[in-house]
Design a protein around this ligand. Structure first.
Ligand SMILES: Nc1ncnc2c1ncn2[C@@H]1O[C@H](COP(=O)(O)OP(=O)(O)O)[C@@H](O)[C@H]1O
Ligand SMILES: [Mg+2]
Length: 349
């Protein structure tokens, strides 16, 4: 009988098929005296529950702006166009009051220097109590969850009575991560969360983060300029350049079959233990374009060794190459556009 499934279950199934986050043609600009800085330029992407997406690119390519825009934490920037649908609701049109309710329990952001968010006058234990009480999560089991998380993040329980300044930078960052996870948010935006730490501290924290993401089945946008980190913890990667996504696909495909000349250059530049210097120097010279004058053609044209006239005059589309491991592999480059194949004697390899 078709009506044997209760309606509520059917609704739940539909909800779970929907991407958790769906960004459509998002344009974000910072108005400045000389005009506008277009930091996010027609970005579209979608993220399913349980996915960990790496958002990768050089400094200044719009990664943080994209993260801030999702949570409406943009300072001085404004959304010019597009939608950010989170569980089906457009965040762009939400009021500050509405989005405030989502920050923490629904969507949470961890920053590079998040420890600044800790209150120097409050003991660590009080940070947890305050966070849980503010979001009405203070119940009989709450403290047990705090202790489990502290244990998982290797923060000794005996240190709950200490103040933030008594901890190292790495420990403070772990406390912030525990405070983020205690509310069990549906989406976590981690913006270079380990970058400010010492290399060894960074490595250990990354390892713990990787384990926690798996154990808690977290949905994460992991922002980084470090492809090594991406290889470690993500299952999908979006390559950003000059505010645009130039390539997106599952992590295996991006590393095994990178298609955009920029992605290839980034992967070639990953330091390799054997010939670190040589690899570093192989990176394509030049700079990203000035975002005060958004490029009218391909944004990578000035650095691309394969560029043709068309790349200087027209904007390439984000083309779907293949569907693998349940994920679309797409690339924004004329080399892969059937209409212009004849212009490129050989593919970028
Ligand atoms: N408040 C601001 N006012 C003007 N321009 C800004 C502001 N914040 C960022 N930008 C510019 O926006 C671009 C993207 O910056 P950002 O999102 O911080 O990049 P990323 O996180 O990839 O390093 C850069 O060109 C940066 O200079
Ligand atoms: Mg940034």
């Amino acid at each position: 009988m078709t009506n044997s499934i209760p309606l509520s279950v059917k609704k739940m199934e539909n909800r779970n098929n929907q991407p958790l986050l769906e960004i459509n043609n998002l344009i974000v600009e910072y108005p400045i005296k000389e005009g506008n800085v277009r930091a996010v330029d027609e970005v579209s992407l979608s993220l399913n529950r349980g996915e960990v997406m790496g958002l990768v690119g050089e400094s200044g390519c719009g990664k943080s702006t994209l993260g801030f825009t999702i949570l409406k934490l943009l300072k001085g920037g404004t959304v010019r166009a597009g939608e950010i649908n989170f569980t089906g609701t457009n965040l762009v049109s939400m009021t500050e009051e509405e989005i405030q309710k989502l920050r923490g329990p629904e969507i949470s952001m961890i920053f590079q220097a998040s420890q600044n968010a800790l209150n120097p006058l409050q003991k660590v234990s009080n940070h947890f109590i305050d966070t849980l009480k503010t979001h009405n999560r203070w119940d009989d089991n709450a403290w047990q969850s705090v202790l489990a998380l502290l244990n998982r993040l290797e923060i000794p329980e005996s240190r709950l009575k200490d103040y933030p300044f008594q901890f190292s930078g790495g420990m403070q960052q772990r406390i912030v991560i525990a405070l983020t996870l205690i509310l069990n948010p549906k989406l976590i935006i981690a913006d270079e969360p380990t970058t400010a730490l010492d290399v060894l501290v960074q490595a250990r924290l990354l390892e713990i983060l990787k384990e926690i993401i798996k154990e808690y089945n977290l949905t994460v946008i992991y922002i980084t300029h470090d492809l090594g980190v991406v290889a470690e913890i993500t299952n999908r990667v979006a390559i950003m350049y000059a505010g645009q996504i130039l390539e997106i696909g599952d992590t295996q495909t991006i590393f095994g079959n990178a298609s955009h000349p920029y992605t290839k250059a980034l992967i070639d530049a990953i330091p390799n233990v054997k010939d670190e210097e040589k690899k570093k120097m192989s990176f394509i010279p030049g700079h990203p374009p000035d975002l005060r004058n958004p490029p009218i053609a391909c944004c990578f044209v000035d650095r691309c060794p394969y560029n043709k006239d068309i790349c200087h005059s027209e904007k390439p589309l984000l083309l779907d190459l293949e569907f693998k491991n349940g994920t679309q592999h797409s690339v924004k480059c004329f080399i892969y556009d059937d209409r212009y194949q004849h212009l490129f004697s050989k593919k970028a390899d």
